[in-house]
Every structure is written in C-alpha cells, then in structure tokens.
Design a protein around this ligand. Structure first.
Ligand SMILES: Cc1ncc(COP(=O)(O)O)c(C=O)c1O
Length: 370
C-alpha cells in the first residue's frame, strides 16, 4: 500500500482509494493530517529549514517543556527520532553513573538501536550490556542490580497498552532508588498523547530521565531527552547532529506545545472519551458474541488482543493469542479501515465519535460473519 495524500483521519492510496487511518503516523499526528499547525509551518520553510547553528525557537521549546515539566532541568537535548533520543539517554545514564548495563523490558519497543533489538547484525557483546526484564511482573525487581546504569521502560507498552500499571511503576521507582539505578521513561509514544504530562503525569511517577518523539515534532521528525538537573549537567557527553534541533522541527514543537498548553486543537478528555468508547463497545460486543477477543488500551492508544484471557504482559499475549489476526486486518482494510502492522490504534482529534462508531461497525461486521 502506497499513500498519496492524507487529510484529517483519512489516507488515500495511489489508486485513489480512501481509508480511515488508525495509525496517524504511528501516533505522531494527534490533531489530524493536514491540520492548521502544519499550514503555519510554511512560514518557517520560507525562513530556512536547516542552519545547524542554534535557532531562536529552541529556547522557546525549552521554556514550554519546562512549564509542562517544572520538576526537570530547563534545557532539553534535541535530535531527530525516538531511537536517537533513547540512544542519547542511555549514554547520559552511563556517563552519570559510570556503569554500563542497561535494563529493558520484554515486550517493549525503544527503536532500532543495537541492544534495543535482537537479531542479525547485532553483536552478542552489545547485547551482553542489556538485561531483559519481565514487564509488569514483580520478578523483575531482584533482577535489577547495582551494576546497572539505568532501567528504560515505556510507562505503557504499545504491545499491551493498559492503565493498571501504576503500582508496578511505583515499585520500580523504589527499587531503582535503592540501588542508584536511573529510571528512564521512554515517553516517545505516550508523551503528550495520553495526557499533557504523559505517563509520568498519569501514574504520578517521576523518572530520572525522559525521552520524547512523535507528537512533540508537530508532524516533523524529532527526538528529545530531558531529566533531573544534576544528571542533565553531566559533562563531556556527546549529543550533536546535522539536523538536531533544526528550525523546522523546533517550530513544529513550539506550535504543538503552545496548542497543548492553550488547549486549542487538543483536548485530552475527548481523546480519552473516544478511546474508551472504542474499548467499551467492542468488549461488550465480543463478550455477548462469545468471541475470544478483547480490546486493551490507555486513552487513545488501543489494540485488539486475540484472546479473552487476562494478559499481564506481552509474554502472556504471545502465549494466549490465536493466530487469526492477519486475516482480520486484511479484511478491515478491504472495508476501508487501515491498521498498522503493529496492530496499534492511535486515535486523534479528527477521530470523532461518528468515525469511531464506523470503525466499531466494520469490526462488528467482520466478526458477525465469522
Ligand atoms: C515507545 C517508543 N520508543 C521509541 C520509538 C522509536 O521512535 P522512532 O521510530 O522515532 O525512532 C518508538 C516508535 O514507535 C516508540 O513507540
């Protein structure tokens, strides 16, 4: 499938077929495609898209981020993707703690950096510096040890999005404090999406370092690292890059943060409402129809789980899920609804109640005819 254009919650492919988009740039387009902010960006294009030397928007973005996160240092590190932000965050954690090992959770996704992924081309030596921990499972706490620089976690994992994770995060915070291990929240997906303060705000757990991406770029590529002052001030850590903090992205970030602070085009109550509507109506339908399917989610981030059993994490999901998903997503596409291969539904401000009901109706049709 090749996309030609996008507007609101719709994408159109190169054959002219229009679909409801449920991925919205993997969660980045929280307002909708072709929104008013994107139009404003044209002003910056005329003034230049890349200087490499610092630009006047970056200070404003730092100020706006500090307004949202008063507990963090007032200067952030900017780069061009969530992967890069996480790479920089673990480098900073290693420099600050003078330790090498990084803990990461099974079922998590932090981008395509060696050590965050397994598979061909990643040296065993690199992987030996990462320890994989069980997510949402108290067994992980004894596996966190004093030789670790940091533990990185998505407060809500895209592979099994949920809201009932607070007590686990609180215990994780406590365990990291006991051992002087830094806690990094990867809020690339959750940041500015499940609320103005993302997962740290929703669960009231403050990490030592935080990473952002997606929504923060206002539709343009971004990565960002922030955190506690004493850590952010660590000397001699390298962060640079040709396109880092480029004026176009920083202008996009300034516009989206102003929008969030002024509640202009983004209303988190509305996003939570449509997410909950999607979960509640479908879960009721699947229960009545006795289908072994449920919807899990946190605010506007949702996914179908192909089992009716309670799943605690991705490991349970892999164990309990039946294998009929691929066919389902194909059929949904034929019915005019696009779902990304990662199975995550990211709703935006352009997904009205009517659109959500339409998606629900299409899903109902597919499973009623089964
Ligand atoms: C939680 C999380 N971290 C990191 C990344 C990687 O970000 P990017 O694709 O911008 O490199 C993603 C992307 O999906 C993500 O969801």
């Amino acid at each position: 499938m090749v996309i030609q254009k996008a507007k609101g919650c719709y994408i159109t492919d190169n054959k002219g077929t229009k679909y409801i988009d449920t991925t919205m740039g993997s969660g980045a387009q929280i307002i909708g495609h072709g929104n008013p902010l994107i139009k404003k960006i044209q002003r910056q294009i005329k003034r230049g898209t890349i200087y490499t030397i610092p630009n006047n928007h970056t200070n404003v973005v730092n100020e706006l981020l500090s307004e949202i996160n008063p507990h963090f240092h007032n200067e952030y590190i900017f780069c061009n993707s969530g992967t890069e932000a996480n790479m920089r965050s673990i480098r900073l954690a290693r420099a600050y703690t003078k330790r090498d090992i990084i803990g990461r959770f099974h079922g998590g996704w932090h981008g395509g950096l060696d050590g965050f992924i397994d598979g061909e081309g990643v040296p065993d030596k690199t992987n030996s510096l990462f320890k994989i921990l069980p997510y949402n499972d108290d067994k992980c706490f004894d596996m966190i040890t004093e030789d670790m620089a940091a533990v990185i976690i998505e407060p809500v994992q895209g592979s099994n999005p949920r809201t009932n994770i607070k007590s686990f995060l609180v215990k994780l915070r406590r365990r990291c404090d006991e051992l002087g291990v830094l806690l990094i929240f990867d809020e690339v997906m959750t940041g500015f999406r499940i609320g103005k303060q993302g997962g740290q705000g929703l669960f009231d757990v403050i990490p030592d370092l935080i990473t952002y991406g997606k929504v923060l770029g206002g539709g343009f590529p971004i990565g960002c690292v922030g955190g506690k002052s004493e850590i952010m001030k660590t000397k001699d850590v390298f962060y640079g890059g040709t396109f880092s903090a480029n004026p176009l992205t920083m202008y996009g970030a300034k516009l989206i943060l102003e929008t969030i602070i002024n509640k202009k085009y983004i209303n988190y109550d509305q996003l939570n409402f449509v997410g909950k509507l999607f979960r509640d109506k479908l879960n009721e339908f699947f229960t009545i129809e006795n289908k072994k399917i449920r919807v899990m989610g946190c605010g506007p981030i949702n996914r179908l789980i192909f089992t009716d059993k309670f799943i605690r994490n991705r490991k349970d999901r892999d164990e309990f899920e039946s294998q009929n998903q691929i066919d389902f997503f194909d059929r949904l596409l034929k019915n005019g609804v696009f779902v990304n291969t990662n199975g995550i539904f990211h709703f935006s401000m352009s997904h009205s109640e009517k659109i959500i009901n339409k998606i629900i109706e299409k899903i109902n049709e597919i499973f009623s005819s089964n």
